[in-house]
Design a binder for this molecule. Structure first.
Ligand SMILES: C[S@@+](CC[C@H](N)C(=O)[O-])C[C@H]1O[C@@H](n2cnc3c(N)ncnc32)[C@H](O)[C@@H]1O
Length: 269
């Protein structure tokens, strides 16, 4: 398996696309923070907990988690050194480390919580990833896996350009070993990886909560695939005027579900 395998390959994007994608990831993480913070008390993210955010991307969520756990350090790990190098810590209790979820650079039993947000949908081997997450968790530690599921999203009115782009994104993600329907599978994956007390819940995210401009502003629209596939550039060009029209249409509604699956590493194995 190469360092950039799976269906999210930031380092292989053209430089200009990297800048746009970094900004979009940051916007997306920031837009959903209020909704996501509701999850954290349940997961046990509070002062003194040692948390690993794996596949941390821009680090926007890592930094927000660090505010909750201060003074304990939160570690953000990502396979992309380029992403990490842009993630300047704004608080002292954040550390960044380059590494893969398939070979996490930490001792066994190191963390109270491992958080993985929008990572599993991009992995060829989600169960190998969860075995590594299990390994670095302390006994009784909690894995919290957050992701989406293609069938749990909707848009009205839905222009043809959106249907065409969606189809292309699904095809591309599948061809690179990702899984657009991973949300519904997270609980099952945690159970088969040895976690106990597994629960799956959903948080609904919609354009009424966020506003149409913020909602559409955080969507990827195939941006993370466009460097390798010129088809995405023409599909994006086709959808852009339609998105502007949707944002200006007071009758537009769009939403999706954020799946949150949690499980504990048993104290005796
Ligand atoms: C869609 S982004 C999500 C980033 C961040 N968690 C967020 O929600 O904003 C997926 C992230 O997973 C990282 N990633 C992909 N494969 C990985 C792997 N094998 N190990 C660690 N990180 C990986 C990517 O570099 C990227 O930052």
């Amino acid at each position: 398996m190469t360092a950039q395998s799976g269906s999210y390959r930031f380092d292989s994007l053209e430089e200009q696309v990297q800048i746009q994608e970094f900004e979009r990831l940051y916007r997306q993480a920031s837009s959903l923070l209020d909704i996501e913070r509701q999850i954290w008390p349940k997961v046990g993210i509070h002062s003194g907990q040692k948390v690993l955010d794996v596949g941390c991307g821009t680090g926007a969520v890592t930094q927000a988690i660090a505010k909750q756990t201060a003074p304990t350090t939160v570690v953000g790990v990502d396979i992309s050194q380029k992403l990490l190098s842009q993630s300047e810590p704004s608080s002292q209790n954040v550390a960044w480390k380059q590494g893969s979820v398939y070979s996490l650079p930490f001792e066994d039993n190191s963390f109270d919580v491992v958080y993985a947000r929008l990572l599993l949908q991009h992995l060829n081997e989600p169960l190998t990833a969860l075995a590594n997450i299990f390994r670095v968790l302390k006994p009784n530690g909690i894995a919290c896996i957050v992701d989406v599921d293609k069938d749990w999203s909707s848009l009205y009115p839905e222009p043809d350009s959106s249907i065409a782009l969606d189809r292309a994104i699904i095809e591309k993600q599948l061809s690179q070993g990702g899984d657009p329907w991973v949300g519904r599978k997270l609980g099952s994956y945690l159970k088969s990886s040895g976690f106990s007390g597994v629960e799956t819940s959903i948080k609904l995210v919609d354009s009424d909560q966020l506003g149409l401009a913020s909602f559409f502003g955080m969507l990827s629209l195939g941006g993370s695939y466009q460097s390798e596939n010129k088809q995405f550039q023409s599909l994006r060009q086709a959808i852009e005027p339609d998105i502007r029209a949707l944002i200006n249409n007071p009758n537009t509604w769009a939403g999706f579900a954020l799946f949150v699956a949690t499980g504990r590493k048993p104290t005796s194995l």
